[in-house]
Design a protein around this ligand. Structure first.
Ligand SMILES: *Cc1c(COP(=O)(O)O)cnc(C)c1O
Length: 228
């Protein structure tokens, strides 16, 4: 099946998952089409098919691919870990950075954004499962990172991001998504302009939406397997 057909299926699945929500959440869901490791032609096909949000996880790759994206109105997401030495490029390229997980990265982004008179929208990535192999701030250090981010001039905290472990039984993700939504709601009740919860990928986006995600990041289900 082609990209456009896959896209249609994913959008339908998102709508179905929304209607199954038991949580008190009637928010719309933004689909970020993750184009990493796929060529510009495929990215264009998705945009022609109506995709308004694209996600890349490496600054270098995005720099090349976004050059050919002269079309206005596509929101660009950085979903992978950011090295501080790439902050300058990142603030020029991306509308939303999902992967802030340390004071060092936050400071580098704010400084780079300040240099180009931008206020960079960001999410904080939370490692709720406590996996060693994953980036993300621990739940216990989340509050102090938020306080730090609030002191920075050129950064605006819009919400949280979670990458769930790749469990064989995807239902095991559910408690994590639910827990993340709870933490998100608690913080949201104390802040303004904090309304984005990015969680869910190909294998778990339906459960993520059921549990209150309002941004999902989907690659494989739209574009097929990546070849590295
Ligand atoms: C690659 C990637 C995705 C998309 O993964 P799929 O399983 O292909 O849907 C989502 N989020 C992040 C952070 C990624 O790196």
């Amino acid at each position: 099946m082609g990209v456009k057909e896959n896209l249609k299926i994913v959008l339908e699945e998102i709508e179905r998952a929304k209607s199954r929500r038991k949580v008190a959440c009637d928010e719309e869901v933004t689909l970020v089409a993750v184009t990493k490791n796929h060529g510009v032609d495929v990215m264009r096909e998705a945009i022609d098919g109506g995709v308004l949000d694209v996600g890349e996880n490496r600054v270098q790759e995005a720099t090349e691919k976004f050059k050919s994206l002269e079309r206005e109105g596509v929101t660009k997401h950085l979903i992978g870990h950011l090295q501080t030495n790439k902050a300058k490029q990142a603030v020029r390229l991306f509308d939303l950075i999902h992967s802030v997980d340390s004071e060092t990265v936050a400071e580098a982004i704010s400084k780079a954004a300040g240099a180009v008179d931008k206020v960079q929208n960001i999410l904080i990535q939370v490692n709720l499962a406590g996996e060693d192999t994953k980036f993300g701030v621990s739940e216990e250090n989340l509050q102090s990172l938020i306080e730090k981010v609030d002191t920075l001039q050129n950064i605006r905290l819009k919400g949280l991001m979670l990458i769930a472990p790749n469990y064989a039984d995807v239902e095991n993700c559910r408690p994590l998504f639910r827990g993340m939504r709870k933490i998100f709601d608690e913080i949201k009740s104390t802040r303004q302009n904090f309304d984005m919860l990015s969680m869910g990928m190909t294998h778990d986006y339906k459960i993520a939406v059921e549990e209150g995600a309002n941004i999902v990041r989907v690659g494989t289900a739209i574009f097929g397997e990546r070849v590295y």
